[in-house]
Write a protein that binds this ligand. Structure first.
Ligand code: GAR
Length: 189
C-alpha cells in the first residue's frame, strides 16, 4: 500500500475529493492531513471522514524539524499540497526529493509566484481578459511554483465569466484530474 500525506490551508475541498477517491483503494492510503491554519475548514472535513489531521505553526515548520519528524513518522511515498499556501522549507525538500507535488489553479508559469493563490489568481486572470485558464500539477522545489510540470489541463473562459465562475471551473478540473495524477505519480507510472 502506498502512503500519502496531504497539506492544506483552507476549505479543503480538494482534500475531501482526494480522500473520497482513495477511500476503497487497495493501492493508496491517505495517512494524515497537515495544516498551517488552525481555523481551516479542512479539519471539520477530516473529522467527518475519519482521517487524521494535525495543525502546525510557523516555528514548527520553518525553524525546527518538528514537521519533518512528523512526516517521517508517516513514511510517505508522496506528499501532496492540495490548497497549501506556505512555501515548503529546504529541510522537507531535501528529505523528500521528487516526492512533493502541488496543484496550482492556473496555467504556470502564468499567474504563479508569491501571493498568487486562490481568488487572487482568478481575479488577475479575469482582469487580464484571458481566454483560457486551467490547472498545473507540478513537483515542488524551493521556489514557488517552479518545479517540473507533471500535467496541465486548460478550460475556456467566456466573456460572461466572473472570477467566481472561473474559480468554479478550475475547481471542477482539480476534482477530476488531481486524484488520478496523484495515483499515477505515487505508483511511479
Ligand atoms: C485550489 O484551487 C488550489 O489549486 C489552490 O487553492 C485552492 C484550494 O481550494 N492552490 C493554490 O492557490 C496554491 N498556490 P480547496 O481548499 O477548496 O481545496
Amino acid at each position: 500500500m502506498k502512503r500519502i500525506v496531504l497539506f492544506a490551508s483552507g476549505s479543503g475541498s480538494n482534500v475531501e475529493n482526494i480522500i473520497n477517491y482513495f477511500q476503497d483503494s487497495t493501492e493508496v492510503s491517505v495517512k494524515c492531513v497537515l495544516s498551517n491554519n488552525k481555523d481551516a475548514n479542512v479539519f471539520e472535513r477530516c473529522n467527518r471522514l475519519n482521517v487524521n489531521a494535525l495543525y502546525f505553526n510557523k516555528y514548527s515548520f520553518y525553524q525546527s524539524d518538528c514537521v519533518l519528524e512528523i512526516l517521517k513518522s508517516f513514511k510517505p511515498d508522496l506528499i501532496v499540497l492540495a490548497g497549501f499556501l506556505w512555501k515548503i522549507p529546504g529541510n522537507l525538500i531535501q528529505h523528500f526529493p521528487n516526492k512533493i507535488i502541488n496543484i496550482h489553479p492556473a496555467l504556470l508559469p502564468k499567474y504563479g509566484g508569491k501571493g498568487m493563490y486562490g481568488m487572487h489568481v482568478h481575479n488577475s486572470v479575469k482582469e487580464n481578459n484571458e481566454s483560457e485558464t486551467g490547472i498545473t500539477i507540478h513537483f515542488v522545489n524551493e521556489n514557488y511554483d517552479e518545479g517540473a510540470i507533471i500535467k496541465q489541463v486548460k478550460v475556456t473562459i467566456e466573456v460572461a465569466d466572473t472570477p467566481q465562475s472561473i474559480a468554479e471551473k478550475v475547481h471542477q478540473l482539480e476534482y477530476e484530474h488531481f486524484p488520478k495524477v496523484i495515483h499515477k505519480v505515487v505508483m511511479g507510472q
